[in-house]
Design a binder for this molecule. Structure first.
Ligand code: AMP
Ligand code: MG
Length: 308
């Protein structure tokens, strides 16, 4: 086990530290320290109107930030925490605007990762966006964090993350619950756990009044141009192919044989690798026949953003 003491000391001193979670690496800062939180925005080059998720290790910590915990939110926390689900709740008045981007709600998550939980237990709640430069794909290894922030940047190396895509974000602050960002906890899983219908508010068309300012930003983009397969040719050696189904055995073609969990866990690393290897284009295929797979909506969302 890694000695976490130096990292915990840094966090308590108001510094930022990157650490692993089961989704992607997070860039942590003390959620009660405004100058520490400002360092997150500076380090990432993150727009100030994009709210941050508060990471907790206990329900007591939730109560420091949430004004109330509706029955539905309790049920979700019982079922999916610790895990890749962020829950948006009405905030306590004292929660910093730096966290919520001025919204009257706060997003909370308890990560399912031994290192993350151990850190948060010792520091108290941490705000933690993904530990990448704004606009880059989220980091799924400590090496990705060093690529963006330099080799001297403090990062707790917990190996590769297992899920590889950011958490599902659900809004439980209003009368109808809605999914603000799809992730590995699917709509079907949310609905079967609660017996309640969830709206999908992550396609810009149906979100006229975005609940979260962050939804307007494009994310997850490598330098290479990302397109859907279509006219792309396997013989074009400057194009990397990422395919959900089976594919010919060629050096520039990677296929996942319908294993969308594996696809999701590797997506951002493949994006970054493509740039290192000099590919100028990435052609992606996500077979619609797999649309009932729990990871399908999250993959479609991240790939669409990279294409769009
Ligand atoms: P990141 O930290 O990069 O994974 O992004 C955090 C995302 O969580 C934001 O871009 C929002 O989509 C969402 N989020 C955080 N706080 C709130 C909130 N109070 N209301 C709605 N969405 C939120
Ligand atoms: Mg991010």
């Amino acid at each position: 086990m890694i000695d976490l003491t130096p990292y915990i000391t840094l966090l308590k001193q108001g510094e930022v530290v990157a650490f692993p979670t089961e989704t992607v690496y997070g860039l942590g800062a003390d959620a009660r320290n405004p100058s520490a939180i400002k360092k997150i925005y500076r380090t990432k080059g993150r727009p100030a109107d994009n709210p941050l998720i508060v990471h907790v290790s206990s329900l007591e910590q939730v109560k420091e930030f949430a004004n109330e915990i509706p029955e539905l939110a309790k049920k979700l926390m019982d079922t999916f925490w610790p895990g890749p689900l962020s829950v948006v709740l009405p905030k306590k008045p004292e929660v910093l605007d730096l966290i919520t981007a001025g919204l009257d709600t706060v997003a909370l998550r308890m990560p399912n990762h031994e290192i993350a939980l151990s850190i948060i237990k010792q520091t108290g709640a941490l705000v933690a966006p993904s530990a990448n430069s704004s606009g880059k794909p989220s980091p799924t290894s400590a090496g990705h964090v060093s690529e963006d922030f330099g080799i001297d940047f403090p990062v707790v190396d917990g190996g590769k993350t297992t899920i590889g895509l950011e958490s599902t974000v659900v809004d439980c602050s209003g009368s109808t619950p809605s999914i603000l960002r799809p992730g590995s906890v699917s709509k079907a899983q949310l609905e079967s756990a609660t017996g309640v219908k969830f709206k999908e508010s992550f396609n810009s068309k149906d979100s006229h009044a975005p609940k979260s300012p962050g939804q307007k930003y494009t994310h997850y983009k490598p330098a290479a141009n990302v397109i859907w397969t279509g006219d792309a040719e396997y013989l074009d050696e400057s194009t990397l192919f990422l395919l959900s189904g089976r594919a010919p055995d060629m050096p520039n073609v990677i296929s996942y044989n319908n294993d969308l969990d594996q696809f999701a866990s590797e997506l951002y690393d493949r994006f970054r690798q493509a740039d290192h290897k000099g590919y100028t284009q990435i052609a992606v295929e996500l077979n619609e026949n797999l649309s009932s797979h729990p990871m399908y909506a999250a993959l479609l969302n991240r790939i669409s953003k990279a294409v769009g």
